[in-house]
Design a protein. Sequence first.
Length: 290
Amino acid sequence: MMMILAVSAHAQDRNLNGYTLVFSDEFNTVDVGSHQNKGAAKWGDYIPNSAAAFSFSHWMGSYPALIPDVANTQDGVLSLWAKWYASLNDPNGRNWVSGVLASKDVQNNGFAQRFGYWSARMKMPDAGQGAWSAFWLASTSGIPNAGTKGYEVDIIEGYGGQFKLGPGGDEYNWVLHPWNADGSQAPPPYEGGAWVAVPGGDAIGAWHVYGCEVNPANIIFYCDGQEVGRKPTHAEYIVDPLYIILNYAMQNDHSGQPFASHGPSALQVDWVRAYELPQGITPPTNLRVQ
């Protein structure tokens, strides 16, 4: 059972003196290409591994013509939408299409780094039960086929409805998954996470900065510049770089919104950034070079 942590209401990133910015998107445009081969674009339009179908919605990369409607920017803010398209006539009722960006494509082109600090300034969707947004990292060992050893680092997972992401109290969770090829995970203390109460109890109407540092000793999670949890780094699972994913997924639950309403909602992202660790932090020697 995950414990709930509270953090203060000062929405800023942590002190990053000595860190080097190596990747950023301020979202003045949507720089997205195909997940099959994104070329020089910063992002691909689908999660580049075979385990990507965890959302009840279709990812936007399945319907390229809808991408401008599902992933767009205004005033330097990216909106990744979940929208209902009755014209899809999906036999399973999956007429939802939602937004996702991944910094790698299925050819393993794009940005990833093994150790570093990642952060994003975001607002969660104004939606009810079924909404499931995330900012996370995944090992490139899972491209293009999942089922390999490596890390999944969920910096934030925001759930609507039953997990009270909305009026009445906002909590999100960070989770660390050191995956084995057979789907099992490394034992405690390496896996697991915690619930975090966001500052001011508002993850939808207020901006918050969600961050994570991965270093050879620990994986440390932050909200608005304050540490909210950590786990020790397991060297056997960090042999491959980590790429970035931003997505608005949907759980298969027809009991409430957003499914019942068929109304659109969006995960908003002001920026996402990645930094190299300061000099003097020495990684293990048993790492793959990429």
